[in-house]
Design a protein around this ligand. Structure first.
Ligand code: IPE
Ligand code: IPE
Ligand code: MG
Length: 244
């Protein structure tokens, strides 16, 4: 994927090709209701269903969802295990719909660090949607942008050391070809819910010229209407990519 598309899009009601979301605020949603954090995560999965369906209906080519960061291992073991349980549940309950809807599932991040049974489930889900030709749903699992860039740097260094690559020729495309997002269109719009104004190690390279949108809505309350509103606000932006 390239961070700077040849043709500027956005403005005049344009639909973004690639939207990424930092799905934040599950814990606070639960707290407001005097519920355990796990209930917030469960409600968050329902929001994932609504938003992925709405994104398909709107003709968005790729949707990338930040589900588990490489820093989320710092949470209590019980919460990490609740999140893993929900991922299992989501694959079990929603994979058939994704297959039927011609969705191409992708994962960014080092999901192989997960429990072996979950890695197997994810691999199976990827394989079963690999032949699809429709919209891309990319899930960020144990994803960290810095780790992604380190892996790309290592791959470049290995190619150079093996004599396959002249370091002088390394350019944006050479790096992009080694990122987890290499199959995805350029990132147009990055949304973060819950009122936090930070990227938390998400898509740092890819966000170079993405439009950023921070909304106060807590993730479990985000739905198709909220996505439509976000797309509307994207359509009113003027993207310049350094030009005029
Ligand atoms: C986002 O909600 C879900 C994940 C990080 C997996 P949080 O769990 O971060 O919710 P808050 O930020 O504590 O409200
Ligand atoms: C970012 O949210 C990660 C995901 C949404 C998966 P966090 O809640 O983990 O981010 P911080 O810790 O507030 O920066
Ligand atoms: Mg959070």
């Amino acid at each position: 994927m390239s961070t700077v598309p040849a043709l500027a899009n956005g403005g005049e009601g344009a639909t973004p090709r690639h939207v990424a979301i930092i799905m934040d605020g599950n814990g606070r949603w639960a707290k407001k209701r005097f519920l355990p954090r796990a209930a917030g995560h469960r409600a968050g999965v329902e929001a994932v269903r609504k938003v992925t369906r709405a994104a398909r209906a709107m003709g968005i080519e790729a949707l990338t969802l930040y589900a588990f960061s490489s820093e989320n291992w710092r949470r209590p073991e019980s919460e990490v295990s609740d999140l893993m349980g929900l991922l299992r549940l989501f694959i079990r309950s929603d994979l058939d719909e994704l297959i039927r809807e011609n969705v191409r599932l992708r994962v960014i991040g080092d999901y192989r660090r997960f429990a072996p049974d979950l890695v197997e489930m994810v691999d199976d889900a990827l394989a079963r949607t690999a032949g699809n030709t429709g919209p891309i749903l990319a899930i960020a699992l144990n994803y960290g942008a810095q780790a992604e860039l380190i892996a790309a740097a290592k791959a470049l260094a290995a190619d150079a050391a093996a004599g396959h690559l002249n370091p002088e020729t390394i350019d944006e495309a050479a790096i992009e070809a080694r990122l987890d997002t290499r199959d995805l269109p350029p990132l147009d719009l990055l949304i973060r819910t819950s009122g936090e104004h930070r990227l938390s190690n998400f898509l740092l390279w890819q966000a170079a010229y993405a439009e950023l949108l921070f909304v106060d809505t807590l993730w479990p309350d985000f739905d198709g209407a909220a996505l439509a509103e976000a797309i509307g606000s994207y359509g009113r932006r003027q993207r310049r990519f350094g030009g005029l």
